[in-house]
Design a protein around this ligand. Sequence first.
Ligand code: ADP
Ligand code: MG
Length: 322
Amino acid sequence: MGEFELIERFFAKSAKRSDVVLGIGDDAALLTPPDNHQLVVTTDTLVEGIHFFADIPANALGHKSLAVNLSDLAAMGAEPRWATLAITLPSARMSWMEQFCEGFFELAEYYNVTLVGGDTTRGPLSLTITAQGVVPNGQALTRSHGQIGDWVYVTGFLGGSALGLKHLQGQQKLTSEQRSTLLNLHYYPQPRVLSGYGLRGVASSCIDISDGLLADLGHLAKASGCSAKIQVEQLPVHPLVESLCSPEEAIALALCGGEDYELCFSVSEENKGALEVALSYSGVHYHCIGQLVAGDEPVRLYQGKEDYHLSGFRSWDHFYSS
Ligand code: ADP
Ligand code: MG
């Protein structure tokens, strides 16, 4: 099967939004953004051996490659609309492609995202997705507008995806039920798109957690020109992480494990009530874990009133050398 048959068979069948004037098939896509909105654009690459193992289920890879991009749009408070997919494949195995597309399009259709173009090449497996969304003028959430005194929150529960990864690396024994729960978190992260909408006009700053809460909240605090004070006993550690790991390891996984794809955001004292209204309809759990304070250290950890020391763990950094 040649490149063009591949595109025709697997990618050109995407359901088409009415704002897509031209999608797959021309030299570029032609899209109509709504009036009074800003375009929000993000891109993420997943490389075999770095972001996923060679034996990842193709369906999971399809889901996750889009989900990590929609998570970035969610963190901006954007409504996702369009995506492009640059895929490099060692070979075109039909069943693999079918399952990949199943995972990709199931998530795309759920959020009414149209695949409007891409590129298909041969080589070591890697995927680059660019996702585009829209946000009403001036209403995007950013990392940089947190204020000293604002409360710091996180959606969902942390550390589950990282414990699933440890299992895949042969470092954590699990029963089949635990395995299915944790691998589901690792392979099928749910982007917090509805929470992102709800947080517009309510949160002062927002970021999604890809590299781990400690690193990502650190970016938010730095961009906002302050420091984040976190109470480790308030962290929403995933219940399975809590029950399977030592207390120290559970906290470390929640802080540094990464790939949770939850939202971490700040809310002023006066918006705390509005926050309850804003997130109630999305049905997502959320917890207050600390506060933005003055200081240079991006994140300071406390247990009760004492400093909390995290040793031997760090967040994911591609260019880190020990
Ligand atoms: P060109 O050579 O003009 O760049 P291509 O031959 O690479 O165009 O692609 C033909 C059409 O198929 C384009 O509309 C392109 O966006 C689309 N396309 C190619 N690969 C993919 C893919 N993996 N997913 C979605 N659309 C794709
Ligand atoms: Mg061309």
